[in-house]
Design a binder for this molecule. Structure first.
Ligand SMILES: C=C(O[C@@H]1C=C(C(=O)O)C=C[C@H]1O)C(=O)O
Length: 445
């Protein structure tokens, strides 16, 4: 059953807004693996770090949009869904009640449809408790803990993904551009910087992993989550990965972001040199400059929306299994608007996207140049991926260190590098490979 409410305006056909009823109930404590115990289906939605987060099963509502208005249309739709929904949520925590997972295209010109998906069942966990949210459209459907648990048990038990042995061999093939073309685009990027058009440009490339057997998505996600414990492991409708970069997290009126820029391949580190990362990142002028540009772009946009902001003067070194990054955690108190509300995680994802860390500086000009130089559609790579609840809480990471599943046996991986005047094409190519390593390892390719 749908109401007469419709989402958005403009060239898009209005998507009917479903009338949802949802019930959230606290659940008993989970095992030490937390949510990972529930990451067994290849088709589930996921946002998790250190066993906490949200996993979604099934799809009760969905919205798609493209173009420059993709965020605004998604927001209108979500506001409509929220207004029409009957939500029973005694917990009222970030992530409880009705939530939607979202994945957004990097560019307004992408053919990738940005999407919001409301799961039928969500299992969630934070530092204090676990919960289940059950959502139905049928006005006659029973909304109870028993019905929710029965459906969850059925989804988890009945599912055994078929990953039969195939005939081919696993291989990695050239994506939309070759390695030589990538290095050429880096050269052109450096020239654009030297001519003063931009100060920084992020240039990306892709590679397609073709597997002999269907991708064991749940297994890949569990591996990423265990190995990349400092990252947020995500899975939204075929977009999967583990990102170290938090575009924005909103809890009540607090917004937080983890800004990364400045990378060092750990495979390049000389053995026994414990000060290597500090010297090559914290004490390196090029890396610090690149990092500062990323911080400035965030704080400039956050400033007008905040009543207070804490941006550390010195970045720290984030150590991941594949690379080291220069990282800064920025925290702000959001300014209340005249109606008392604060911007939602989805509002802020739109404001901050694309950051200098994945696009360049100044953003608009860098975006124009990268579309021209990259020669590929980034799809959802480097776009916001995460979830939002009906109170505006949510988490959107930047969809990095991942890929898009294009068929049961193929996945397109993406990686990019920040280019500044001192960048060297061969080093940037090597860095892009280092950034694809987590997915290649998880896929065993
Ligand atoms: C663009 C990517 O990563 C971004 C670029 C970085 C850099 O150039 O140093 C570091 C972290 C990310 O902000 C990617 O992983 O594809």
């Amino acid at each position: 059953m749908t109401s007469q409410l419709s989402a958005g305006t403009g060239p898009h056909t209005p998507t009917p807004v479903p009338q949802l009823r949802s019930l959230t109930i606290k659940r008993p404590a989970m095992s030490e693996h937390g949510l990972l115990d529930y990451a067994t289906r290849d088709d589930s939605l996921m946002w998790a770090r250190r066993g906490e987060g949200v996993i979604g099963f099934g799809q009760i509502a969905r919205f798609e949009s493209t173009g420059p208005e993709r965020f605004a249309l998604a927001r209108d739709w979500w506001n409509g869904v929220t207004a029409a929904a009957g939500i029973e949520d005694p917990l009222e925590l970030p992530g409880t009640g009705l939530i939607a997972f979202g994945a957004f295209a990097f560019s307004f010109s992408s053919t990738y449809a940005s999407r919001m998906i409301v799961p039928k069942i969500v299992v969630g966990k934070d530092e204090n408790c676990s919960w289940i949210t059950y959502t139905v459209t049928d006005p006659e459907a029973e909304l109870s803990l028993e019905a929710a648990e029965a459906e969850l048990a059925m989804l988890l038990d009945d599912y055994s993904a078929e990953h039969e042995l195939g005939a081919g061999v696993d291989r990695l093939v050239t994506g939309q551009i070759t390695e030589a073309e990538y290095m050429d685009s880096v050269r052109k990027g450096v020239a654009a910087i030297e001519s003063g058009q931009v100060t920084k440009l992020v240039l990306a490339r892709d590679a397609v992993a073709e597997l002999a057997t269907p991708i064991a998505v749940a297994q890949v996600l569990r591996q990423l989550a265990l190995r990349y414990a400092d990252c947020w492991t995500y899975s939204v409708d075929g977009l999967i990965g583990a990102t170290p970069e938090m575009l924005v997290r909103v809890r009540g009126d607090i917004a937080e972001a983890r800004v990364l820029a400045g990378t060092l391949d750990r495979a390049s580190a000389p053995a026994g040199d414990s000060s290597y990362a500090h010297r090559m990142l914290v004490e390196d002028e090029k890396q610090r400059h690149e990092h500062q540009l990323a911080i400035d772009s965030l704080t400039e946009q956050l400033g007008p929306l905040a009543s207070g902001m804490d941006a550390p003067a010195e970045p720290f070194v984030l150590q991941l299994p594949n690379v080291w990054h220069l990282a800064s955690d920025v925290k702000a108190s959001l300014a209340h608007r005249s109606d008392g509300s604060v911007p939602s995680a989805l509002d802020l994802a739109e404001v901050f996207h694309p950051t200098a860390a994945v696009c360049g500086t100044p953003t608009k000009e860098a975006g124009r140049i990268l579309r021209e130089l990259e020669g590929m559609d980034r799809g959802p790579y480097a776009g916001p991926v995460g979830w939002v609840d009906t109170r505006g809480n949510g988490e959107f990471g930047i969809a990095l260190r991942g890929g898009v599943i294009e068929s049961p046996t193929s996945i397109r991986l993406y990686a990019g590098c920040g280019i500044v005047a001192a960048s060297d094409p061969a080093s940037e190519l090597a860095e892009s490979w280092a950034k694809m390593r987590p997915m290649r390892e998880a896929l065993s390719i």
